[in-house]
Write a protein that binds this ligand. Structure first.
Ligand SMILES: C[S@@+](CC[C@H](N)C(=O)[O-])C[C@H]1O[C@@H](n2cnc3c(N)ncnc32)[C@H](O)[C@@H]1O
Length: 207
């Protein structure tokens, strides 16, 4: 009973935080605009993508900055997967399968300026990316937990075009394992990144 109440309060807090703060993150949005200008100006090839779409509030900005690019949208659209949550708990983070369950593909697509550019990959990443043969110019990884972020970096960095960028959200967020995932990938693959001073401390990888 107490656990259920704590979970409900936590869910309300996360939804409130995203509505009030994460959807007003000027530094993150301006950085996206600048990076999009670079990519479009230099005609960097490849698609754009977001891993961790939720209600599409950052994805709609990606879609609008890249009118000529296919946008892949990766999400369960049903919150965290148990496999990732189990790994997160082993890292002593208090992840909850009920967070981010209140979204849908229809809701997200309605927000898009160019919905015809969107390809929705609904389900558990990295399974949903297995058959895709694309390269990428820009990717936003915003999946919160260690495992999907680490898998996302492995997958997308290998497929990132020269002149392309990857944003990883929540590097400085304290709830989950984003920082560990970024640091582990960076050390193992000998690639560096730049932390930004936006609300949750996005980091930027480039090629
Ligand atoms: C913080 S929310 C994304 C917020 C969104 N980028 C925005 O700006 O509003 C995290 C999302 O990652 C998704 N997610 C986490 N792990 C995933 C996985 N392994 N496969 C697919 N989606 C995942 C969750 O379903 C959730 O919608």
């Amino acid at each position: 009973m107490v656990n259920a109440i704590v979970r409900i309060i936590r869910g309300i807090f996360i939804a409130w935080f995203i509505k009030i703060f994460a959807t007003n993150d000027i530094v993150r949005y301006q950085m996206l605009a600048l990076v999009a200008e670079e990519i479009n100006g230099k005609k960097v090839r490849g698609c754009v993508a977001e891993l961790g779409v939720y209600k599409g509030d950052f994805a709609k900005r990606i879609n609008s900055h890249f009118p000529d690019k296919t946008l892949y949208l990766f999400d369960t659209f049903n919150g965290f997967d148990k496999r990732d949550v189990d790994i997160e708990r082993k890292l002593n983070n208090n992840a909850n399968e009920n967070d981010f369950t209140n979204s849908s593909v229809g809701l997200v697509l309605k927000k898009m300026k160019y919905p015809e550019n969107c390809i929705v990959q609904k389900g558990w990443f990295p399974e949903t990316a297995e058959h895709i043969e694309e390269t990428f110019a820009f990717v936003s990884i915003d999946a919160d937990l260690f495992e999907p972020i680490y898998q996302g970096l492995l997958y997308f960095y290998a497929r990132l075009e020269k002149g392309g960028y990857i944003f990883v959200h929540d590097y400085n967020g304290k709830l989950y394992g984003a920082k560990e995932a970024v640091q582990r990938f960076s050390e193992e693959h000998n690639v560096s990144y730049v932390p930004l001073s936006d609300l949750c401390g996005t980091v930027v990888f480039s090629k």
